[in-house]
Design a protein around this ligand. Sequence first.
Ligand code: FE2
Length: 381
Amino acid sequence: MNVTHYNQQIVFRSPKEDLLDDILSILKVQSILLVCDKVFDLIGTKETFDFSGISVSVFDDFSPNPQYGDILKGVKLFTDNKCDCIVAVGGGSTIDVAKCIKLFSTLNPDEHFSSKKYRNSSTPLIAVPTTAGTGSESTHFAVVYRDGVKHSVGYKSLLPDFAIIKPALLNTLPVYQKRCTVLDALCQAIESWWSVNSTEESRIYSRAAVDLIWKHIDRYCEGFSDVLENIAMGANCSGRAINITFTTAPHAMSYILTSRYGIPHGHAVALCLPAVWRFMCRNLNYTVDKRGESFVADIFSRIASALGAQSPIEAANMLERQFDRLGITCPPAICNLQDEVRLLSQSVNITRLSNSPVLLGQRSVETIYTEVLCSNSKYDD
Ligand SMILES: [Fe+2]
């Protein structure tokens, strides 16, 4: 099945069909930069793809949270070997690395990426995700770290020209990584659905993602192969949704949980989302979405009903119980809760909360973090 998403072709393929060869031959590619994570070595790149007749430069020298210096090494390899195509095979970070290599290769040597003097690049970028998580294969933004600071880079040519979804690749993931990545996709879909930037189109993607992921998440996490296609499709829809809307408060509040406690991204977002949703339900009179309070209330009800709940509060509690069952536990016991909550709250970029439909400021964030860190306040209908 093929789908066109903006300037991108999304191709869903069974393990036996390999359209990558066809794409490379149509594009008359002679030399590719293959960006892959080290995990992919286990699968065996050459067993999965046939690159015969094409010169392949492999780049896997980057950390899970890709550093600016890593990207520059990739740009050098790309330029030195005169590559005419970039293929990314891996999780969200790997695809982000490939996107950044394509974008930063358009900068002059004396230009820093923060100058944003990006130019369009005609180099085709092909993304093959091996996780069902970020949906990065279908977004036009990427994350890069510099001096410990996370930067989001957005540019239209970052959207890969082709996304090849091969559900069988998801079987290669360890169980905990499966859980974290699929919860990232689920949370992204929910956040996109309630985002102030949501459109009719983005909400269709969000609904599809929530339906597919929620229905199949248990069997996926238990290792059943019959649901891989649905989960892969759901994660891709989640990516297409945030490509339009960006993420909201649970993502903004999760980053410090990852950097301070080392909690993986999807785990950290899932910890925040139920508490953020309950807070917004209790404060709907502070709606900031220009479409109004009743519009937001209706969106919350639609999300709840897609999750099989009678009300948004019930849905938030249900999500939290499901996350508990999947081992999405809180950070270790905190000695001085007040100080810790203050520290976490101060790290949140308040302007990044503005995609949320309900007003969230410093005090709101403190309340939500307290709820996240105190299991006693959970399920407080
Ligand atoms: Fe995410």
